[in-house]
Structure formats: structure tokens, C-alpha cells
Write a protein that binds this ligand. Structure first.
Ligand code: ZN
Length: 317
């Protein structure tokens, strides 16, 4: 009898529940201690695939002494459940709060596993999750398959604003930024100097489908000014001190180059087909998915820059 046939007769068996929601996909999550009370679970610097189960973003948690704070919950219900289990192996403290840095599916589709605790996000993130969360979840099913079984869009349940609060041994400063999306939450642990952000990419090309490059630039400058001791990016390994500044500067350099390159192309009337195979600067060769993300930017960011350039040339004197 197939497992599915068996499940028809025994819907409540745990094995059947597991098969029904992708828990048979093992993400092999390995939380790594970063600094005092602070753990990071690194995703792959790759594109979504069945092999990685959509695990291409970092998640993190802080064991504060007054409960665990989770930052981002991964791409699926199974990931969220395995993250929660990994936390429970490290500490007996309960999870008391979850924060979603932004509405992209690789950062928040594990929310289902934390339905019994508040899941916080900026109001703009909540609005975007309400609007496109189900669509993004559907897309991820298409790209990732089995690991996504049983995953449903689970929008954040509570709003946060910029400010500071104390939880246990940790003072957490929330920063309301934007640029990677219309609402990007960053958390800065004042006590450890650790910055958690979904709008910084390390060794991976910044993704621009929802980008506002000028706002993104301003946000990166704001994060540079924080001078974090540790930086936990959206993707790629965490980095410290001068390396953190270098990563922020590299992202700024890439975005500035991308916008300048597109503006120059728009000024000479280049079309998208011509841009797709344009040579890319050697200094960005260290960024994973460079050509793929650049091409995505050609398809959705270039048309916007082209329209803006056209509007400028047509503006009355
Ligand atoms: Zn994102």
C-alpha cells in the first residue's frame, strides 16, 4: 500500500502528517554561535531549487534570558518547524517573538511554525505579505517542490515601528528602512553590536525585483553609520567589523554601478535584448548569481529607469 493510500485510512498518524507537509525534507539546519547568545543559520548563496528546499536566506535567533527572539523563518513550514526544533536543542527558553525583515518568501514562509507567538513586521511588510504572499508561496512551490508541502502564506500578525526595547540581557533597536523592498526591518542588538538585515547581500548579487535603488542606497549608508561589530546579511556568511563595512560598500558599489549602467543605456536608447549579454565588471565576479540577477534587473528595473529617462526628455522646458 502506498504511503498516500495508507494515509487515507490513517490520517492522524504522525508519519502521514509528515508526508503531507514536507517534513520529510531535511534542511540539515546547523545553528552557529556568532557572539553572546546569538546564533545564525546560514542558507545557500544559490537560487531556489528542489535540492536546497528554498533555503537561500539566513535566519537567526537571540537567546535573551527572557525568551528567544527569532529573525526570519525561512522558505517553508518544514524549515520553520526544523528551525524551532534546532532552537529547542540549544535552549530551554521559549520563543517569545519572531521578526520578519521583509515580505520575500525565503524569509517568512516558515512563519506557520510560530503561529503561537507574535510575528512582527513593519506595516509595509504586512501589507505586501497580505497582497502577494499567496502568489509568492505558489511560485516557490513551482521552483522548490516537495519541501514546500503544507506551506501556506502566513502573514506577520503584529506591526512594529522604529524604536528600542529591552528583552532580557539585550537592548534591541529596530530600524525602519526601505529600498530592497518598500519596507525593510533591520534589528541592531546594541549589547553585542550585531546587525540583522534583509537588505544586505554578502557574496551574492543583490536582488532587485522590488527595489528602489535610491532608498536602498540611503539605507546602506545608515547601516554603515551604525558601525556594527557583526553583520548578519540576508544571504551569505556573517561578517565582522571592517569586513562588514566592506560588504556594505560592495553592495553600494554594485547598486550604483547598476543604476548608472542602466541610465547610460536609457540615454542612448538601448533595448533590453542588447543589455542582457552586456559585459559585467570584473570586480563583481565574487557575487554568486551575478549574471542571473543582473538579467532579472534588466527585465524589471531597466524598464522603470527607461521610463524615467523618457519622462525627463519629454518634460516641458
Ligand atoms: Zn529579499
Amino acid at each position: 500500500m502506498s504511503v498516500w493510500r495508507a494515509c487515507v485510512f490513517a490520517l492522524l498518524l504522525p508519519a502521514c502528517a509528515a508526508a503531507a507537509h514536507g517534513a520529510d525534507f531535511d534542511y540539515r539546519l546547523q545553528p552557529r554561535a556568532l557572539t553572546t547568545d546569538t546564533w545564525v543559520v546560514e542558507g545557500a548563496t544559490a537560487d531556489f531549487s528542489p535540492a536546497n528546499g528554498g533555503d537561500i536566506a539566513n535566519s537567526a535567533f537571540i537567546v535573551t534570558g527572557a525568551g528567544v527572539v527569532v529573525i526570519d523563518t525561512g522558505p517553508s513550514r518544514a524549515y520553520g518547524e526544523q528551525l524551532r526544533a534546532a532552537i529547542a536543542r540549544i535552549t530551554a527558553e521559549p520563543v517569545v517573538a519572531v521578526y520578519n525583515t521583509h515580505h520575500h518568501p525565503d524569509h517568512m514562509l516558515g512563519n506557520q511554525a510560530f503561529a503561537d507567538v507574535p510575528v512582527y513586521a513593519l506595516p509595509g511588510t504586512r501589507a505586501a505579505a497580505d497582497e502577494v504572499g499567496a502568489t509568492l508561496a505558489g511560485n516557490l512551490y513551482r521552483l522548490v517542490g516537495t519541501a514546500m508541502r503544507g506551506t501556506e502564506a502566513y502573514p506577520p500578525s503584529a506591526s512594529v515601528a522604529a524604536g528600542e526595547s529591552v528583552l532580557g540581557r539585550h537592548r534591541l533597536r529596530l530600524l525602519a528602512l526601505r529600498g530592497h523592498t518598500a519596507a525593510d526591518l533591520a534589528l541592531f542588538d546594541v549589547d553585542t553590536g550585531t546587525l540583522f538585515t534583509g537588505l544586505v547581500f554578502n557574496r551574492r548579487t543583490p536582488a532587485t525585483p522590488d527595489a528602489d535603488p535610491a532608498a536602498w542606497r540611503a539605507s546602506l549608508l545608515e547601516l554603515q553609520a551604525l558601525a556594527p561589530r557583526w553583520l548578519v546579511p540576508a544571504a551569505g556568511p556573517p561578517v565582522a567589523d571592517a569586513q562588514a563595512q566592506a560588504v556594505l560598500a560592495h553592495d553600494l558599489d554594485y547598486l550604483d554601478w547598476l543604476v548608472g549602467h542602466f541610465e547610460a543605456a536609457a540615454a542612448r536608447g538601448a533595448d533590453m535584448a542588447e543589455l542582457l549579454d552586456a559585459p559585467l565588471p570584473e570586480r563583481f565576479a565574487d557575487l554568486a548569481l551575478l549574471r542571473a540577477e543582473y538579467r532579472r534587473s534588466v527585465s524589471h528595473l531597466y524598464p522603470r529607469i527607461e521610463r524615467a529617462a523618457l519622462a525627463r526628455t519629454r518634460a516641458p522646458e
